[in-house]
Write a protein that binds this ligand. Structure first.
Ligand code: HPA
Length: 273
């Protein structure tokens, strides 16, 4: 058994003793969904530090715990806080929790994140349903020995984000009176925000938003046969011609402001799965 698989299985064994499994719906609560935990009827919480081989989140604004509970009568497993490549973790470490979720029974993974918009029709606070991604500027987390128990060496990526789930989310958005955008997410490593030239390039390459998370998680989830849904909150505008200084605080504030809308969407989506 590879070291990676051993690490994953050790974490799974630890978690299984503490929460009821299997749970088929998983969430990674990124920026904008910090308060979503208030919507969960919590059965059990495990701080990341306690889980063997789990990385520990280092970035301000991202707390770290695994939460098992329910939204309505749907059982869910939620990661409050995620890991980013820019924190210094390997792509395998960043995505370890996704594989742990898979072995705990998760079949559908819902992600949220904060992103900068490069599509000039988007505004700060917009919620964007991610329909596809461009991951050529990040390190593919499947590089290295293929873990055959999860999936094949060369996984198909023609539908990384489930059309069924994005369609459902659009319907829910209509019912809730939320205006939702759709777009392509461009993954970057960060931690520096993009230069003006980079934002322009990202737009020209076919993306609508850009961010420092998600793509590695999606690749690992799709490799393992999971259905993925992702919504981004636009926290800054990358292609403004005028002054365009972006700070982490601005990003967190914009993400928090969009929180109630995003929470409402995720809550109804979880129930509808
Ligand atoms: N670029 C990259 N990542 C981000 C941005 C951005 O403009 N905003 C929030 N996350």
């Amino acid at each position: 058994m590879s070291n990676l698989l051993h690490d994953i299985q050790t974490a799974v064994a630890y978690i299984r003793q503490r929460i009821p499994t299997p749970i088929t719906t998983g969430l990674i609560l990124g920026s904008g969904l910090g308060d979503f935990v208030n919507e969960i009827t919590i059965d059990a919480e495990i701080p990341y530090e306690a889980i063997p081989n789990f990385p520990v989140s280092t970035v301000e604004g991202h707390s770290g715990k695994l939460i098992a509970g329910a939204i309505g009568d749907k059982k869910i497993l939620a990661m409050s806080g995620r890991f980013h490549y820019y924190e210094g973790y390997s792509p395998q470490e960043v995505t370890l929790p996704v594989r742990v979720m898979k072995l705990l029974g998760v079949e559908t993974l819902l992600l949220s994140n904060a992103a900068g918009a490069v599509n000039s029709s988007f505004q700060i606070g917009d919620i964007v349903l991610i329909t596809d991604h461009i991951g050529l500027a990040i390190v593919n987390p499947l590089v290295g020995k293929n873990e055959d128990i999860f999936g094949t060496r060369f996984p198909d990526m023609s539908e990384p984000y489930s059309k069924v789930l994005t369609t459902k989310a659009r319907e829910i958005g209509k019912q809730l009176g939320l205006e939702l955008r759709s777009g392509v997410y461009f993954g970057v490593t960060g931690p520096s925000f993009e230069t003006r030239a980079e934002y322009k390039m990202i737009y020209r390459m076919g993306a609508d938003v850009v961010g420092m998370s998600t793509v590695q998680e999606t690749i690992v989830a799709v490799h393992a046969g999971m259905r993925v849904f992702c919504a981004s909150v636009v926290t800054d505008l990358g292609i403004r011609e005028e002054e365009n200084i972006i700070t982490h605080e601005d990003v967190l504030q914009a993400a928090r402001a969009a929180g109630p809308k995003l929470s409402a969407l995720f809550k109804e989506l979880v129930k509808a799965i």
